[in-house]
Design a protein around this ligand. Structure first.
Ligand SMILES: [Zn+2]
Ligand SMILES: [Zn+2]
Length: 830
């Protein structure tokens, strides 16, 4: 099978050779377009006038729309979507709300990178029905490969809106000419472009095994839209026509605003109010005639496509007619200003949609953005608060995305913490660097220092200078770092082993979705057996999935020790033998099922309790529910304090005592998403047309396949045991529920009783004596001298005595008694 890149290249040739078949030639001819080939890049293109080059800024000499306004209509950023969506509504497309930039529904990416990503993979694959057959969407996207270009070229963004025009239709409803005409109409009537002023490129697109021809809309050197006709899929037996025809048109919202207004940069058109405010604060002045000249050539500085940046600066300076130094002096502060504006918008949208800067995974890129922005503020010594900038963005964007204003408090808090972390790193880094700079620093080393210690390269250069050394930072430094972190780490289903013999069995009917205690006994037929592994036609046994561990029990006289999923089959591991074709009677261990249900429902309760106490950024990052205990990993930026844990525990128990109903039902995916939002994917992306929705009425709604209680009161009691940080953006909370919580309560009472005996005091005096004993012990150890002792301190501690002692002794509750005994022993021994 070809890679996407190879496929694209190959199909571009095929499509161009058979262009009459793949493009809307009749329509183009009727409109007066003819076909030409660019002598520079060889691309075939369509234009109303004879041209030698294709109109791409690289082939045709910069952005010409900067010099001469081409669009009759001038659309500001807010108007672009309003006008576009109105026009397409009249053409039969449903305008829908954007999806979050955190792509929880999509197992292949962390962040939404294109408008079509909202419908990948399940809608595009035909597995799930689309929300509408024809729709348009203003989709915020995040992409980090161009970080270093942001601010400089005037056109690059990490956070942008891709306006999508999409169709998901059967072959007989597919009309490529109509798709094209609709977009063409937008260019002519919506933007007010003369057809003499744009050109259309023949190209091909490939991704995720699908491919098809596409047509790119260029005007004034700028690519504004790309209309892809996804028609084929690669299979081992050769290329196949897709059953569902997918129209994937993506248009740069920022580009339309920029192009139609002819502002200096795309940033001025995208965030006009923010640019104005930042200029007032920084007093950066724009030399407009020089900037206009510069912007026509700024594309030459695209770091993706050049090797020697200094050489390109020379080239651009020559075109502009000034020295390289004076050009840089004028341009670099603006680069800083625009980068701050761009990055703060990216952070606003990402954090507001539930992402957190981190030291791991794709979210590491958010930390890069934050630090790059702070780097500019430091470098130019500007008095700018990033959060303020975020606020201005939210205010400006309110007509399109009012939700951004609602989450500002949470965004503020996260940025504050992130800034604190940055400061700490800077302090720490000075010491580290002194040592590291003794040896030679390569680019790889520079990346590693940034990656493992969080020390930005600018700081390394500064420290090096102090020591009389010179270090060069590669221009695409942040892109290099970002590459290393872009992979998605969410693994949803644990596949235990694949048994070949079971591959072609029909799917197992799952009987465990109803009432968690009603479905414990069943009759079934053995479909196949391999060693100790058995597949039935139906089963009540819950297989390990969604973080919940499997049921156990019996099949006839055989013990069931493990249950797991193999695709749509459920496999039972048994002790003993069963014969293929036999009818069996199965029953599930009730105590275990009950405890697992308690732990699972408690997990959902705690998830939202944590969100209520800590903020809207909290989402589940992982979870595990076993018989003995459970944990939930939540996204949060720092360790939890005792008081936060207490608050979460109290709130969770309040929900238990409120006796809220827990409803379970299957819903169509789109209906569920529309009704409850994308936050239902707390456990990660889930395939299928129908989703099982677990709704704790008035509290929490998640799509989840687990066995759940019917009412929160059945949880009995929730006890949080401990929490610890497992990465820079994820905290684990361990807890027990129900009987297990009672057991832990009981063992707590036991600990208290033992301590009152060992320390000869009442319960409220325990912490003081515990402290006294600990200090005595430390003294004895230090002086290595035995001591006759009697504990004398008095106390009247109010609160959780066991927790307090664990804190004093820096140990786990279960080790307290043993530790105290050891102290008493050792003090007497010397
Ligand atoms: Zn060309
Ligand atoms: Zn769940």
């Amino acid at each position: 099978m070809l890679t996407d890149k190879e496929q694209k290249k190959q199909f571009k040739l095929i499509a161009s050779r058979n262009y009459e078949q793949y493009y809307v030639v009749d329509f183009l001819n009727k409109e007066g377009f003819s076909r030409f080939q660019c002598f520079k890049c060889n691309t075939y293109f369509w234009s109303t006038k004879q041209k030698e080059t294709c109109g791409d800024s690289l082939c045709s000499g910069g952005f010409t729309f900067m010099k001469k306004k081409l669009a009759k209509n001038s659309l500001d950023y807010i108007q672009v979507w309003k006008k576009f969506s109105q026009m397409f509504r009249n053409l039969g497309y449903e305008p829908i709300n954007r999806y979050p930039v955190v792509a929880r529904w999509n197992p292949t990416m962390t962040f939404t990178i294109a408008s079509i990503a909202a419908f990948q993979p399940y809608v595009v694959s035909g597995e799930v029905e689309p929300p509408f057959k024809k729709l348009v969407i203003p989709q915020f996207c995040l992409r980090f490969s161009d970080i270093d270009n942001v601010g400089l070229t005037g056109a690059h963004f990490t956070n942008f809106i891709m306006i999508g025009q999409h169709q998901f239709v059967e072959e007989d409803e597919w009309d490529q000419e109509e798709c094209f005409k609709h977009l063409y109409g937008w260019f002519v009537d919506g933007m007010g472009l003369s057809k003499d002023d744009f050109v259309l490129h023949e190209d091909a697109w490939a991704g995720g095994g699908n491919f098809g021809p596409c047509m790119e809309f260029f005007s004034g050197g700028l690519e504004i839209a790309n209309q892809v006709y996804m028609m084929y899929e690669q299979t081992p037996d050769g290329d196949k026509k897709l059953r569902l025809k997918v129209l994937d048109m993506g248009m740069g919202h920022e580009r339309v605003a920029w192009f139609t207004q002819g502002t200096l940069t795309a940033y001025e058109a995208t965030f006009p109010t923010v640019c104005k405010k930042l200029k007032e604060i920084t007093k950066v002045e724009v030399d407009e005639p020089l900037m206009r000249k510069f912007m026509s050539y700024a594309g030459y500085l695209n770091l993706d496509e050049i090797d020697d940046i200094e050489h390109e600066w020379e080239r651009v300076a020559k075109e502009v007619g000034v020295s390289k130094e004076s050009l840089k002096e004028k341009i670099l502060p603006l680069q800083g200003l625009y980068s701050i504006a761009e990055h703060s918008r990216a952070l606003l949208v990402a954090l507001s949609d539930g992402a957190l800067p981190s030291n791991v995974g794709g979210e590491y890129n958010l930390r890069i953005l934050f630090r790059r922005a702070l780097g500019f503020i430091d470098k130019f010594n500007w008095n700018i608060k990033l959060f303020e900038v975020c606020k201005w963005h939210a205010e400006y964007l309110e007509p399109l995305f009012p939700e951004l204003l609602e989450n500002l408090e949470s965004v503020k808090k996260i940025l504050e913490i992130e800034e604190q972390k940055y400061k700490n790193t800077k302090e720490k880094s000075k010491q580290i660097l002194n040592k590291l700079l003794q040896s030679h620093i390569t680019v790889a080393k520079l990346i590693e220092i940034y990656d493992s210690q969080g020390i930005p390269p600018e700081l390394v250069v500064m420290e090096a200078k102090r020591l009389g050394k010179e270090i060069r930072i590669p221009e695409n430094f942040y892109a290099l770092v970002s590459e290393r972190h872009d992979k998605k780490e969410q693994v949803h289903q644990t596949k235990k082993l694949e048994i070949k013999e079971f591959e072609f069995l029909p799917p197992t009917k799952a009987l465990y979705y109803g009432d968690y205690l009603d479905n414990l006994e069943f009759n079934a037929q053995v479909l196949d057996v391999k060693d100790n592994y058995v597949v039935l036609d139906q089963t009540c046994f819950y297989p390990t999935s969604g973080g919940q561990i499997n049921d156990i029990g019996r099949l006839d006289s055989c013990e069931v020790v493990d249950v797991f999923k193999q695709n749509d089959k459920i496999v039972h591991e048994i002790k003993g033998t069963l014969k293929k074709g036999k009818r069996v009677y199965g029953f599930v261990d009730r105590a275990r099922r009950e405890q697992l249900a308690k732990h699972h429902t408690a997990t959902h309760i705690i998830n939202n309790a944590a969100r209520k106490i800590l903020g809207n950024h909290v989402n589940q990052a992982g979870a595990k529910k076993t018989f003995d205990k459970a944990h939930i990993d939540i996204t949060h930026y720092q360790s939890l304090s005792e008081s936060e844990l207490n608050k979460i525990e109290n709130l969770a128990n309040e929900v238990v005592s409120k006796s809220l109903k827990v409803n379970k039902s299957f819903m169509k995916r789109f209906d569920a998403e529309r009704k409850y939002g994308m936050d239902i994917y707390q456990g990660g992306a889930i395939p299928g047309k129908e989703l099982r929705i677990v709704n704790i009425e008035g509290w929490d709604v998640e799509c989840c396949g687990g066995t759940h209680l019917n009412n929160t009161s059945e949880v009995g009691n929730i006890k949080i045991l401990r929490s610890n940080k497992i990465s820079d953006s994820v905290v684990r909370i361990e807890f027990v529920a129900g009987l297990k919580a009672l057991e832990s309560e009981e063992s707590k009472n036991e600990i208290v009783t033992r301590l009152t005996e060992l320390l000869s005091c009442n319960e409220d005096g325990i912490p003081a004596r515990c402290n006294e004993l600990f200090n005595l012990w430390k003294m004895v150890i230090k002086k290595k001298k035995k001591l006759e002792f009697k504990l004398v301190s008095e106390g009247n501690f109010k609160g959780d005595v066991v927790k307090e002692c664990a804190r004093i002794l820096k140990t786990q509750p279960e080790h307290i008694v043993r530790t105290i005994k050891r102290f008493i022993d050792e003090i007497g021994k010397f």
